[in-house]
Design a protein around this ligand. Structure first.
Ligand SMILES: [Zn+2]
Length: 470
């Protein structure tokens, strides 16, 4: 049986689709576009979730839970919001054996229902800011599903906050973006670029949308998290207001921000190679797999106990009916950072053979030193992944001045370009190259000139990243 996957270089899309299944991350659900997240994939999500949840709480937010079913009339209160989501909505019209008087929407996002509750809970400036977060599933009907990247149902967290004024709400919008950048970089080893979306790419109902964009190994961009400043749009629609210290009635300014199971797709496509997954140690369900050879299983389980005490997530693969070579290949495909092989002769000399997922060759390491050595080796591995991904991103990002160089840059990666900011010009570029504006990087230096496509004066006062995207 061939356990491998189609090489990335041959067909990136086939590589991805085969890998998510063969690495036992997901399986297809029976309803179109749904996914079953298997234990190995779910553990990855739990590890990411724990890191993000801790940061969300450390910055003063509280978790709550709101209903899955939302009255249809709620969505209609914010015109842009309902227009943006209408094509993706799943609607419940019958329940309890009867047609419902008012249809219920399966939540695509929770601005409306949380807005309704905020209006009830906030009355004075002393109630602000109100900082909420929800971990939940959402449903957005997907015509072209792709596991983790676009599925009809996915998991996420959605932060929803209300503030007294624009300055406070914008501070919150950027704080959430910063948390996402930190988690993507420090935990998932993805060197994302934080920036603002152009008006055409804004969230439905937002005044400003910010994003973190990662570059995948096929040169395409993946939006890894977004943070929105809503102005008073939702406050107006849901009457979220407060009495100011002056005694005047004011509208709140709100934000929302989300990171989803799409991040697992980002990890796969940022680090994976022809042999399969490569998992950052901080997200790997198993950081170390020990493969006993012949009758060394008891000693391997003892070693595992000592490694767990040292804080290492370790698994002993003692399936005796499978050859060592078969087991090595399987854990390589499933992206385990470090493999330890222990044979009878290794045991006699008090050592194990250590293999790193990304380095050729193996080395013999004394068993006694493993509990102290492995955490260091795993940290080095984590760091090397971030460095490798950063180098890849930088090599595939080109500052362009001509249309020819723009078209060449977006065929293999990103173009940093001046653009006029007109949606019609964005559409033209998309039709000709499949590239879209990914973000206006926050860190970009001030620069202006003429649009790379139409020669009109450039907008935004700095360069924009264009690229093909998932
Ligand atoms: Zn233009």
């Amino acid at each position: 049986m061939n356990r491998g996957v189609t090489p990335q270089s041959e067909d990136f899309s086939a590589w991805y689709n085969e890998l998510v299944a063969k690495a036992q991350l997901v399986d297809r659900g029976p309803a179109k576009g749904t996914m079953v997240i298997r234990p190995y994939g779910y553990r990855l999500w739990e590890l990411l979730q724990a890191e993000l949840d801790r940061r969300i709480k450390d910055t003063g937010h509280e978790n709550a839970y709101f209903p899955l079913l939302i009255p249809e009339s709620y969505l209609q209160r914010e015109a842009e919001h309902v227009e943006g989501f209408a094509p993706e909505l799943a609607v419940v019209t019958h329940a309890g054996g009867k047609e419902l008087e008012e249809p219920l929407i399966v939540r695509p996002t929770s601005e409306t229902i949380i807005g309704e509750m905020m209006a009830k809970w906030i009355s004075s400036h002393r109630d602000l800011p109100l900082l909420l977060n929800q971990w939940a599933n959402v449903v957005r009907w997907e015509m072209r599903p792709r596991m983790f990247l676009r599925t009809t149902e996915f998991l996420w967290q959605e932060g929803h906050t209300a503030h007294a004024d624009e300055a406070d709400a914008m501070g919150e919008t950027m704080l959430a973006l910063g948390l996402y950048e930190q988690v993507a970089r420090d935990i998932a080893a993805i060197p994302v670029v934080p920036g603002e979306k152009t008006p055409g790419e804004r969230f439905a109902g937002a005044v400003r949308t910010y994003t973190i964009e990662g570059m995948m190994r096929d040169g395409k961009a993946l939006q890894c998290g977004t943070s929105h400043y809503m102005g008073a749009n939702f406050a107006r629609a849901f009457d979220i207001g407060y009495t100011a210290a002056s005694g005047r009635r004011e509208l709140c300014h709100t934000t929302s921000w989300g990171m989803t199971t799409r991040m697992i797709g980002a990890v796969i496509m940022t680090h994976g190679d022809d042999k399969g997954l490569v998992l950052p140690p901080r997200l790997a369900p198993y950081q170390v797999v020990i493969v006993p050879i012949r009758d060394t299983a008891p000693a391997c389980h003892e070693l595992a106990v000592r490694l767990r005490a040292a804080g290492v997530r370790v698994h002993v693969d003692d399936r005796p009916h499978l050859s060592p070579g078969f087991r090595f290949n399987e854990w390589e495909l499933r992206g385990v950072p470090i493999r330890l092989e222990v044979g009878p002769r290794d045991l006699e000399s008090g050592a194990a053979v250590l293999a790193r997922r990304l380095a050729p060759g193996k080395e013999s390491v004394p068993l006694d030193t493993l509990p102290s050595a492995l955490p260091v080796i795993l940290e080095e591995f984590q760091e090397s992944l971030l460095q490798r991904a950063t180098a890849f991103r930088d090599e595939h990002t080109v500052t362009v001045g001509t249309w020819e160089s723009f078209a060449a840059a977006v065929s293999t990666g990103w173009a940093l370009t001046l653009h006029c900011g007109r949606p019609s010009c964005e559409d033209l570029i998309k039709a000709e190259t499949a590239a879209t504006p990914r973000c206006i990087p926050l860190a970009g230096p001030a620069e202006s000139g003429t649009c790379v496509r139409c020669d009109q004066p450039s907008a935004y006062g700095k360069r924009v990243i264009f690229g093909r995207a998932y």
